[in-house]
Design a protein around this ligand. Structure first.
Ligand code: FES
Ligand SMILES: [Fe+2]
Length: 444
């Protein structure tokens, strides 16, 4: 990519087309647990370079307002959250969750501003562990489509949250890069002969393949794309393939292959051009992993591994992520604790915005290539005034999207696995069961 093309792909602030594309989707502002308490501490949130304050009022309703008070621009994040509103400390103006100024203590009772004054309030939805906001045109709010992890009850949704000091797109390219897991995470995902699919223990995910060079196949869809990383399994390599299928859901959600205990999704949310909030969701309708165990496994415990509120890492670039060379000599592949922190070391080392005019893609980077071209074209389309990728009706219901991981008999088509009826209809290829079987025959 040229530096100009790279900017179009990566930049989200102000009038950047990619930011405009994202504003046509509902965006996760924070976890529900960040603002769980009525009248609790308001949370500063920065999204696409815009600052807001999120708070829960006395009645439990959530508000997301422009961070700065419309009076003289002091931060409402310092405000008093009480009696159904957020009161600015400077002169005492008070706002409800819809942005209405319900009190203007410094103004005379008959002042013109009273009763009409409003600050910017973003539409808000609470769903599946997150507070979602609409940052686009308030006249064109699209219906909220819950993510696939909404299939799990609240106590079976566990979330790792970690700040990344670099652009969202290089973080996302890590999420859709199946090949790196066989190297970077090899100590956390060791090969095991006794398993037939990804199997979670307290400390590792066992994997039934030692193949470090997967073959990548990609299928574009109306929501983004899905791809399969096809590896030789340890057992019966002549009869079956070990397939790990990942879904990219525009603009920044990825559903990666599950293990036997939980499903896995990630959101790589742009704070601004050079900072990203990394969310990793482990979920399951019945099994799952507890919130504490998940954060421990990932090395992302709040107050231990990451700072409260900001979620900045205690193992970071300044201290070389506490990389332990002695541990590496003893066999640990990276010497860095936890899968997300290993990733962060790679992503942040690329610089604030990775220079894609200098990198060299190989055949295992087919999904990365697809992401770049698809999102680049999608940003160009938005620039021309066309609707955003994934926001065009009729949409594939996001709740139905599922990744896949497991053995697939040689000759079977991975594209037919975990495709919802709606998606088949919208994609137009797999209209009914008969056609599915025909196509499967054709492929084999
Ligand atoms: S700046 Fe907020 S009330 Fe004056
Ligand atoms: Fe990774």
């Amino acid at each position: 990519m040229t530096p100009e093309q790279n900017d179009l792909l990566c930049r989200v602030e102000g009038e950047a087309p990619m930011g405009k594309l994202m504003r046509q989707h509902w965006l996760p502002a924070c976890m529900i647990e960040d603002v769980a308490e009525p009248d609790g501490t308001p949370l500063r949130v920065r999204l696409l370079g815009e600052n807001m304050v999120v708070f829960r009022n006395t009645e439990g309703r959530i508000g997301a307002l422009d961070e700065l008070c419309p009076h003289r621009r002091a931060s409402l994040a310092f405000g008093r959250n009480e009696e159904c509103g957020l009161r600015c400390l400077y002169h005492g103006w008070k706002f409800d969750v819809d942005g209405n100024a319900v009190d203007m203590s410094s103004e005379p009772v008959d002042a013109k501003l009273r009763g009409t004054m409003k600050t910017k309030a973003y539409p808000v939805v609470e769903s599946a562990g997150f507070v979602w906001v609409w940052m686009g045109d308030p006249e064109n709010v699209i219906p909220f489509s819950p993510p696939n992890w909404s299939a799990a009850p609240a106590e079976k949704i566990s979330i790792v949250k970690m700040h990344g000091g670099c652009n969202w797109a290089q973080v996302l390219e890590g999420s859709i890069d199946s090949a790196h897991s066989s190297s970077l995470h090899s100590s956390n995902m060791p090969t095991a002969t006794e398993v037939s699919g990804s199997t979670a223990t307290d400390t590792a995910w066992l994997r039934p393949s030692a193949d470090k060079a997967p073959k990548i196949e990609v299928q574009k869809t109306p929501f983004g794309f899905r791809y399969a990383a096809i590896r030789k399994p340890i057992i019966d390599a002549d009869k079956q393939d070990y397939v790990r299928m990942t879904l990219f859901q525009a603009p920044f959600t990825v559903h990666i292959p599950s293990n036997d205990q939980y499903h896995l999704s990630q959101m790589l949310v742009p704070i601004d051009d050079v900072n990203t909030m990394f969310y990793w969701i482990a979920w399951h309708p019945t099994k799952g992993i507890s919130q504490d165990a998940w954060r421990k496994f990932c090395g992302a415990e709040i107050g231990k591994d990451v700072e409260p509120v900001t979620f900045k890492k205690r193992r970071n670039a300044e201290n070389n992520y506490l990389q332990d060379r002695a541990l590496m000599k003893a066999g640990d592949f990276t010497g860095i604790y936890g899968i997300p922190c290993q990733d962060m070391a790679m992503w942040e080392s690329m610089g604030p915005i990775a220079d894609r005019s200098e990198d060299l893609l190989g055949s295992s980077d087919k999904a990365i290539f697809t992401f770049r071209t698809q999102m680049y074209r999608a940003a160009q389309a938005v620039q021309k005034g066309e609707p955003a990728l994934g926001a065009v009706e009729p949409r594939v219901p996001l709740a139905k999207l599922m990744s896949f991981e497991g053995m697939v008999p040689k000759g079977d088509d991975w594209r037919l696995i975990n495709v919802s009826e709606e998606e088949r209809r919208l994609t137009g290829v797999f209209a009914d069961k008969e056609e599915v079987e025909d196509l499967a025959d054709a492929v084999s």
